[in-house]
Design a protein around this ligand. Structure first.
Ligand code: AMP
Ligand code: GLY
Length: 424
């Protein structure tokens, strides 16, 4: 079969890497792709947000399946456009991708489905938001309703901080339309875990759990980023907890979407807080995580092209998908200054040596005059694999030591302090 992957980050490089190993794959395309996806796929110049160009390319290249990486394309209706052109797509239609693109909509869906989450209220103007804050306890969480590239959440310790978040979102409009509505939410306390399911609308298969490190510096200090690393599996999620998450969170959410007439096809990502009262949803995303995909996909034992097509056809129950033993740890190398201002265009050395030890997925790189250069905030995802997390982590860091570019920055404590592993 011929597959087209949409996106151009580390997640999409990992998806292309895994698809390229699929016995059922004939041709693999990626747009826009990056120098890493080009190792496994033909990068093509088709604007994935331009639905007419996309569907005409899919027809020309006999594409059997499109796999969508990023949420903005899904929110923009790429799955709807492909369905209208009779092209199979792994990724939800816009109406179902609202689970990520509107936090109030997702909270209302969870309330309807009885899925454990945070108590919440919605405000459509600053005065209502301030009025809610006046009668709230702190800490509290203020969220821009729409897509804000991972920056739309403030965990406010005081009324002043919460009011400032409302000011930034609703009055200064730092996230544009995404902040015209805010959700004010109970602050959940516990351990964060990312859960992933692959679903074809009715049936679902749980994927390995992961833990993500969003702050830029060691010890979870500094501003939030798209994430500086992650690991999988997560020791605290034992089979009983995994079953509870599937039964009380993933299953009822998918059933509620199907009941509403918008069955969900694709990867569903639940950001969870494991509280003293059990798992609760912090947020849903309508895609694989980045960089969680870089650790989850290497741990899957399956023909990803075949499994993805079966999911897109609503026949996932026929698919063979198993989780491999062992662990994977991803460390992101970033451009110094990220997530603030940074400069790019620096030559990258040492990837070949690193690849003797670990997987190296490209995120912000570019090929210029025959040499590989930095071209983004997050530059590479370096993924060590091993029989256990310690060995996986060691390989990731041994490999990252081989890679050099000017102003590079990475965290040194990814997977170093897994609380369950140390105190269990
Ligand atoms: P983002 O991925 O940018 O949406 O950031 C969400 C982060 O904010 C999560 O990873 C949590 O750490 C935090 N967060 C969001 N909602 C809550 C909540 N209700 N209680 C506690 N922390 C939250
Ligand atoms: N790693 C967080 C995300 O993909 O949203």
């Amino acid at each position: 079969m011929n597959v087209l992957v949409l996106g151009g980050g580390g997640r999409e490089h990992a998806i292309c890497w895994k698809l390229a190993q699929s016995p059922s794959l004939d041709r693999l395309y990626c747009t826009p792709g990056n120098p890493g996806t080009a190792l496994h796929a033909t990068n093509v110049e088709v604007d994935p947000a331009d639905h007419e160009s996309l569907t005409s390319f899919a027809a020309r290249a006999n594409v059997d399946l499109v796999v969508v990486g990023p949420e903005d394309l899904l929110a923009g209706g790429v799955a709807d456009a492909l369905a209208a052109a009779s092209v199979r797509c792994l990724g939800p239609v816009a109406a179902a991708s609202r689970i990520e693109s509107s936090k109030s909509w997702a909270n209302e869906l969870m309330a309807e489905a009885g899925v454990p989450s945070a108590a919440f209220e919605v405000a459509d103007d600053p005065d209502s938001a301030f009025e809610i804050l006046d009668r709230s306890n702190f800490p509290i969480v203020v969220k821009a309703d729409g897509l804000a590239a991972g920056k739309g959440v403030t965990v406010a310790g005081s009324p002043e901080e919460a009011r400032e978040a409302v000011q930034t979102m609703m009055i200064d409009r730092a996230f544009g339309d995404a902040g015209d509505r805010v959700v004010i939410e109970e602050c959940l306390v516990g351990q964060e875990v990312s859960a992933f399911a692959l679903t074809g609308g009715k049936s679902l298969k749980m994927l390995p759990f992961a833990r993500d490190f969003k702050r830029v510096n060691d010890n979870d200090e500094g501003p939030n980023t798209g994430s500086m690393g992650c690991y999988s599996p997560v020791a605290m999620v034992d089979p009983a907890l995994a079953d509870e998450i599937e039964r009380t969170i993933m299953r009822p959410t998918l059933d509620a979407l199907a009941r509403r007439g918008t069955p969900y096809v694709g990867f569903l990502y639940a950001g969870l807080m494991i509280t003293d009262d059990g798992p609760r949803v912090v947020e849903f995303n309508c895609r694989l995580g980045d960089p969680e995909a870089q650790v989850v996909l290497p741990l899957l034992d399956c023909d990803l092209a075949e499994v993805s097509l079966l999911a897109a056809e609503g026949r996932l129950e026929e698919a063979r998908l198993q989780t491999a033993d062992g662990a994977a740890c991803c460390v992101v190398t970033a451009s110094g200054g990220y997530p603030g201002n940074y400069t790019t265009g620096y030559p990258i050395e040492g990837i070949d040596e690193a690849e003797d030890i670990a997987l190296v997925f490209h995120a912000g790189t570019a090929e210029r005059n025959g040499s590989l250069q930095t071209a983004g905030g997050r530059v590479l995802s370096v993924v060590g694999q091993g029989a256990d997390l310690d060995r996986a982590r060691q390989r990731a860091y041994d490999a990252i030591d081989k890679i050099t570019f000017a102003n590079s920055h990475h965290r040194t404590d990814i997977a170093a302090n897994d609380p369950e592993r140390i105190f269990a």
